[in-house]
Design a binder for this molecule. Sequence first.
Ligand SMILES: [Zn+2]
Length: 92
Amino acid sequence: MPTYEYECRKCDHRFEEFQSMTDEPVKTCPLCGGEVRRLISGGGGLLFKGNGFYITDHRSESYKRKEREEKGLPAETSEKKEKKKPAVKKTE
Ligand SMILES: [Zn+2]
């Protein structure tokens, strides 16, 4: 569940809220009842969205490689990767 960070416009009180994306955003400060705004930078919400896929990809890729190594199979994955890079040209 993402964490949202809020800042009160009135008293500058900062606080975090664990919320699901379907929850209503917090609108009032728990201290003074003033209007709050949601902080985007540094909050968990954006990071969660931006890096989620990358992390999943990276993890599954290294997992596959490890699995391959454990089975003693040739490193087929890295071979495929090199073929995908057009810039690398070997002259032997
Ligand atoms: Zn406040």
